[in-house]
Design a binder for this molecule. Structure first.
Ligand code: DX5
Ligand code: ZN
Length: 218
């Protein structure tokens, strides 16, 4: 497998200093941006205007994780704005393939995310329409929660399909990733690791990224 990818989550950063906080994780493969609408999840964060400002402030590809209702309406503008990856939730739409097509047509990679209690089996058939599968390892909504290791079976199932050539996508995991949990996720076949508090609640976020990447590669 290729080198592990680390996507620091700016949810744990200082929102008044986002440009500096992006610069603080230079060397990261992706910068994870949690968009929450206070409907799909019980929390509110940021939206398109802030994403546009971030796009102008950093060269790190933005990995936008939309925890919102009605992604068919709201997701494509993130792609049009220049986000690298636009991920929405399977639970939030009846037509995930249409949303993926619109995201790709607008120039971004399309990602599908599933909550910890959402099974993967009903979605295996449609994953060929996606570039990323984001497996949630906490209930979406807040940083700093504990890792739910039962979700790793979903990562393993999709890893098998990628390794056998049936699928071609990045397996990403989000929630509770730290020095203690990243090894199990890496062993399950995860390619890209989102980490919020484990990166930003440290004195040296860039060093935290490097050490998480080394732990995942070990
Ligand atoms: C939670 C978000 C995560 C969050 C992860 O809903 O999707 O991206 O920032 O934070 P940690 O790494 O602290 O669990
Ligand atoms: Zn996220």
């Amino acid at each position: 497998m290729a080198q592990p990818m680390i996507a620091p989550s700016i949810l744990s950063a200082d929102f008044a200093r986002l440009a500096d906080e992006a610069a603080a994780v230079h060397g990261s493969e992706w910068l994870h941006v949690d968009v929450m609408d206070a409907h799909f999840v019980p929390n509110l964060t940021l939206g398109l205007p802030v994403v546009k400002s971030l796009l102008a402030a950093t060269d790190i590809p933005l990995d936008c994780h939309l925890m919102i209702d009605d992604p068919g309406r709201w997701a494509p503008p993130y792609a049009e704005a220049g986000a690298y990856n636009v991920t929405f939730h399977a639970e939030a739409t009846d037509d995930p393939i249409a949303v993926a097509k619109d995201i790709r047509a607008a120039g971004a990679r399309a990602g599908l995310s599933i909550k910890p209690n959402t099974p993967i089996e009903p979605y295996l058939e449609i994953l060929k329409n996606f570039d990323t599968l984001l497996v949630m390892s906490v209930e979406p909504g807040f940083g700093g929660q504990s890792f739910i290791d039962a979700v790793l079976d979903k990562a393993r199932a999709v890893r098998r399909l990628v390794d056998s050539g049936e699928l071609n996508l990045v397996v990403e995991i989000d929630g509770g990733i730290n020095a203690d949990t990243i090894t199990a996720a890496a062993e399950a076949g995860v390619d890209c690791f989102v980490a919020g508090s484990a990166v930003y609640n440290t004195d040296d976020p860039a060093a935290a990224v490097a050490s998480l990447r080394a732990a995942a590669a070990a």
